[in-house]
Design a protein around this ligand. Structure first.
Ligand code: GRG
Ligand code: ZN
Length: 334
């Protein structure tokens, strides 16, 4: 067990409506004639990853997706493959490292890594690294620490991390570190919990967590918890279920999830679930969506909710069992 191991505590969890959430996710992918479906077409691959990963984490992927559905999804992913080696968010859209990671994650979840043309994906990702170690997201040149995480995670899942300059990538992330211990999207950018996940995750993959001031960042992350138990993404903002992942995964990598009140966070997430129709929303009484359903379930997994049977890895956001299949040691075992 890691020296960073979290303090264990017993949380009196309320129940999670696993079956309702599974139906919500499966039905959301089936309702193609909705306006939401049209609006989210460009990020469909990430949506598929959120849904499939939530089902896998709840331990009911096989039960809810038969061989035909699996093939249907995998052939859709293949249809998003671009000549550059990248994947796009939806068929006919432009390739981007964000969706390239989603594609690899979906292949990993369905144990179908042999369908990936590894060399072409690796060449695409390699081509995104700039001289200062940073990564652009596609050929248009936007640079963001999210893209560094996506690049390093994609390559590690493909067992090809050595193909880029990992030291330079981590040194660039260090330049995005702020006085409060947090990280931004670019040097000088405001600390935001989403970027903190990507930076801490990338540094964990690159084995350079020594760049993190664990106590200072742990304090900043713990400060994200507000009175109602939920977490926000930066000071003075509203709590939102997705930060249960962005904040808690970073605390988990640092071995500090006990720095927040996990019982109160779990109650907040569970108050955001629709127990009848399924799904989890960003805040109580809002409309559920697949994104918040996944991140709510993933947060509960990091806190050991007994209904979330597959522990999720805080670095790769994939179930530990999937990482083991790929020969990657889950963070909790390090
Ligand atoms: C494998 C889980 C996983 C992720 C892939 C894309 C990515 C890598 C990470 C995204 C990290 C990120 C920046 C998340 C934040 C998303 C979010 C809730 C943004 C909203 O920001 P604001 O400023 O909202 O609009 P607030 O909550 O501050 O009002
Ligand atoms: Zn959110």
């Amino acid at each position: 067990m890691s020296s960073l191991a979290d303090e264990v505590t017993t949380i009196a969890f309320e129940s999670l409506a696993v079956d309702a959430h599974a139906s919500f996710i499966v039905n959301a992918s089936a309702s193609e004639d909705t306006l939401e479906h049209a609006f989210t077409e460009h990020l469909r691959l990430s949506g598929i990853y959120w849904g499939v990963c939530a089902l896998a984490t709840m331990g009911n992927l096989r039960k809810t997706m038969d061989a035909d559905k699996r093939e249907e999804i995998l052939s859709y992913v293949a249809s998003c493959r671009c000549e550059s080696g990248a994947y796009s968010g939806g068929a006919g859209h432009d390739g981007h490292v964000l969706y390239t990671l989603s594609a690899v994650q979906i292949y990993a979840l369905f144990d179908a890594m042999d369908r990936i043309d590894r060399d072409s994906v690796v060449n695409y990702v390699k081509g995104l690294q700039l001289a200062d170690g940073s990564f652009q997201g596609d050929e248009w040149g936007e640079v963001d620490t999210r893209f560094t995480y996506c690049a390093l995670s994609t390559l590690r899942l493909l067992d090809r991390l050595h193909e880029v300059d990992v030291e330079a990538a981590c040194a660039y992330i260090n330049k995005c570190k702020n006085f409060d211990g947090g990280f931004g999207a670019t040097p000088g950018g405001e600390s935001h919990a989403g970027q903190v996940f990507t930076c801490v995750g990338a540094l964990a993959i690159g084995n350079r967590l020594d760049y993190v001031d664990g106590d200072l960042l742990g304090w900043w992350l713990a400060e994200r918890q507000v009175k109602v138990g939920g977490l926000n993404g930066r000071p003075e903002k509203l709590p939102d279920v997705c930060y249960s992942w962005w904040v808690l995964s970073a605390l988990s990598i640092l071995g500090k999830t006990h720095w927040i009140d996990r019982g109160a966070l779990a109650r907040f997430i569970l108050r955001c679930q629709d127990e009848t129709s399924g799904g989890i929303s960003d805040r109580p009484d809002d409309e559920p969506d697949v994104y918040h359903t996944f991140f709510g379930i993933a947060g509960l997994s990091l806190m050991g909710h007994p209904a979330v049977v597959e522990p999720i890895d805080p670095v790769f956001a994939l179930p530990n069992s999937v990482l083991k299949q790929l020969g990657i040691e889950p963070w909790s075992a390090r």
